[in-house]
Design a protein around this ligand. Structure first.
Ligand code: GDP
Length: 205
């Protein structure tokens, strides 16, 4: 697997799952994309893959599902987790979502890392902190995308990056990385691809 190269633009929709038993077989490697609704997750996935992949996940009825995308490398997948805090969803469904997500995160052996989308203008809301805490306690690699970076001037965007890096002490934590990202301007895409490939193609052990 280490010889392989992931060509993200060749990614294709595989399946949607509303419960763990519907997920693809738990082998190979996958990285999951998470974020609050509207954080820019679909746009990031689309920029990453040069495609309208994530539209699939926006189809009504699919917003609460976990969507799996195959890359060109066998058993290497990208996973689109349901956006958190979808306003129109009733409480019962939110609870189902929470359990579904917990099940997935807790039990998926092939999970190699989480990419967390955070709007650069609104860093660290409750859900973000929850995901960060979970990743840290599970020793799960975490890559934070500060999305919509084009909405801030360069200085303030860099400041947010620095501040968050300090808050999370990324210098001393090799499992956490953070970057600025703009799906609109296509900035940060190469950096994201490089981090993903490191996570997805790393030897286990
Ligand atoms: P999701 O709910 O997390 O999947 O978020 P979307 O990708 O659907 O984006 C939510 C809104 O933010 C949409 O109106 C997008 O057009 C906008 N958006 C997403 N990424 C960017 C970006 O990089 N720059 C700007 N300016 N807007 C963005």
């Amino acid at each position: 697997m280490t010889q392989a190269q992931i060509h993200y633009h060749l990614s294709r929709f595989n399946t949607s799952a509303s419960k763990l038993s519907q997920c693809p077989e738990d082998n190979g490697a996958e990285v999951a994309f998470a974020g609050r609704s509207n954080a820019g997750k679909s746009s990031a996935l689309n920029a990453l893959t040069n495609a309208k992949l994530a539209r699939t996940s926006k189809t009504p009825g699919r917003t609460q599902l976990i969507n799996f995308f195959d890359t060109n490398v066998e058993d290497v997948r990208l996973v689109d987790l349901p956006g958190y805090g979808y306003a129109k969803v009733p409480i019962a469904m939110k609870e189902h979502w929470q359990k579904h997500l917990d099940d997935y995160l807790q039990s998926r052996d092939c999970l190699r890392g989480v990419v967390l989308m955070v709007d650069v203008r609104h860093p660290l809301k409750e859900f973000d902190q929850m995901m960060i805490d979970w990743c840290q306690s599970a020793q799960m690699p975490l890559h934070i995308l500060l999305t919509k970076a084009d909405k801030l001037k360069r200085g303030p965007a860099q400041n947010t990056l620095l501040q968050l890096s300090r808050t999370l002490d990324v210098k001393n934590d090799p499992l956490i990385t953070i970057q600025l990202f703009s799906a609109l301007k296509k900035t940060g895409v190469d950096q994201l691809r490089e981090r993903l490939s490191n996570l997805l193609l790393a030897e286990e052990g």
